[in-house]
Design a protein around this ligand. Structure first.
Ligand SMILES: [Zn+2]
Length: 492
């Protein structure tokens, strides 16, 4: 539209002046850009007087209010300006253009001949006036990040960025996200649901005149949003680093790193602690996404303990088996540009209550001292008595029984020995703390271990046929202050 109007001025039969006024406000009329144009039509009547009075008419040209000379033909200036606009528009058909400075042409009357400055004025215009694109600029937290042809391109790029991190992806969301700005309008129903994503930074989209070379297309704009803008940083060289791995740390090519550090060459030796220039890209726009996640976790069962003073300590019995419950926890996962930053529990629901385990626990302290009354250590037949046997002293009694018969301690006490003993084979000794010890020989296995406090009747071992033995039996001794005594009188 702008260009059309320009060409109409150049073709126009009569216009006294053209003023290019910079419009400070962004009206949103993109075709007009920030340069609104006013035609000052002062009418042909004045022209009539001019003709009759024999005055010459000249045109004073000014840039930003500063006089640069007079010309006799304003159309020459107008055409020169229009040609510049047309040339840029041809190169960048999507962009709106204007001039970098305000140009005013004002009609003047002169009686005397005035020196024309046509060439000087054009030279001056050529050196000062540039055609600039009226571009939309993306401002993130007050910092200009990128330029695009219009506000809509930036808005669409931001929507596309949000759609990339939205978990509510639908075919619609993706479709809209990649729709270029110049495509026909997408039906309202196809708007993506981006309710789970937001941008953390404060975003402004304003208009600015800049060189058209700095205006990004859709893909370049997306790239800036995703990758960020380069920022100069220093890198301190650490041990073992090479140009190649420093470059890769910052997403640079080795060539790019060398270009940032002209003093370095490919084969330069790096010194630890030296600083080199690097470029780091960091995204300037952070898309925050929120998503609910449901987790089911077990609730461990509690243990209720009931003490039983009649039972010995360590003698626990589970009377009700516990059962784990379960609960559902709803979390809010907060991600920034796809990276999890927080996991907040929102609420929880018990699915199944746990069943408490009930344990009856013995509290009675085990006596480690015997009461002096001994019980039979195992069932079986008395196969040999205490006393002289085949010319040798038999220091205990033998109880014949099958291998594996439980062996009980004859009185309360503490296990002081469990191991091999010459002639006895596997053997266990219990000290009763009252001057008596009992010995159990030819065992097949041990149940109690040295140091254990054992209560009269507790199973401490299994009978066997180890050592010097003529058949499976338990050899049992009672020693009083180290002296073997006949066990039989005690076992009543
Ligand atoms: Zn024996």
């Amino acid at each position: 539209m702008f260009i059309e109007r320009m060409s109409s001025w150049t073709k126009g039969t009569w216009s006294h002046g053209v003023r290019f006024v910079q419009n400070k406000k962004n009206t949103g009329k993109l075709a007009l850009g920030i340069f609104a144009v006013f035609l000052l039509v002062s009418g042909t009547i004045v022209g009539g007087y001019i003709y009759q009075s024999n005055l010459s008419t000249l045109y004073r040209v000014a840039i930003d209010g500063k006089d640069i000379g007079v010309v006799d033909n304003p159309q020459m200036i107008q055409k020169w300006l229009a040609d510049m606009l047309v040339a840029e528009k041809k190169k960048y058909p999507h962009l709106a253009f204007g001039f970098n400075k305000k140009i005013t042409i004002t009609e003047e009357k002169h009686y005397a001949e005035k020196k024309l400055e046509n060439k000087a004025v054009l030279d001056r215009l050529a050196s000062e006036i540039k055609v600039e694109a009226n571009a939309a600029q993306l401002v993130v937290n007050g910092k200009a990040i990128a330029y695009a042809r219009d506000k809509k391109s930036i808005e669409q790029a931001l929507t596309r960025l949000k759609a990339m991190y939205s978990e509510k992806k639908s075919t619609h969301a993706l479709m809209v996200a990649v729709t270029p700005a110049f495509a026909p309008k997408v039906h309202a129903k196809a708007q993506p649901d981006l309710s789970d994503v937001s941008i953390k930074e404060h975003i402004d989209i304003t208009y600015k005149t800049i060189s058209p070379t700095r205006v990004l297309n859709d893909e370049q704009l997306m790239n800036v949003l995703l990758k960020g803008v380069p920022e100069q940083k220093n890198h301190v060289i650490k041990s073992g680093e090479t140009l190649w791995n420093i470059a890769s740390q910052y997403g640079l090519k080795e060539k790019e790193l060398l270009a940032l550090n002209p003093h370095l060459k490919e084969d330069s030796v790096l010194q630890i602690g030296d600083t080199i220039n690097v470029q780091a890209f960091s995204p300037q726009v952070t898309v925050v996404s929120r998503k609910e996640m449901v987790e089911t976790v077990a609730i461990p069962y509690p243990v209720k303990q009931q003490n039983d003073p009649k039972k010995y300590r360590g003698d626990d019995k589970v009377v009700i088996q516990g059962k784990n419950g379960s609960k559902q926890i709803v979390y809010e996962l907060v991600k920034e540009n796809g990276k999890l930053v927080r996991k907040n529990p929102v609420h929880q629901k018990i699915l199944q209550k746990p069943v408490a385990q009930v344990v009856i626990r013995g509290t009675k302290i085990k006596p480690s001292r015997g009461d002096g009354h001994f019980r039979m250590p195992a069932v079986g037949l008395l196969s040999s008595r205490f006393g002289m046997r085949w010319g040798r002293m038999h220091e205990g009694i033998d109880i014949a029984n099958p291998v594996g018969t439980p062996v009980h301690t004859a009185d309360h006490g503490r296990v002081v020995f469990a191991g091999e003993k010459s002639g006895y084979g596997k053997c266990m000794i219990v000290d009763h703390g009252n001057g008596y010890r009992t010995l159990y020989g030819h065992l097949s296995s041990f149940i109690a271990k040295p140091g254990d406090i054992v209560v009269k009747g507790e199973v401490i071992a299994k009978s066997g046929n180890t050592g010097r033995s003529t058949g499976p039996h338990l050899h049992f001794e009672i020693r009083k202050n180290g002296e073997a005594v006949d066990p039989l009188p005690y076992l009543r």
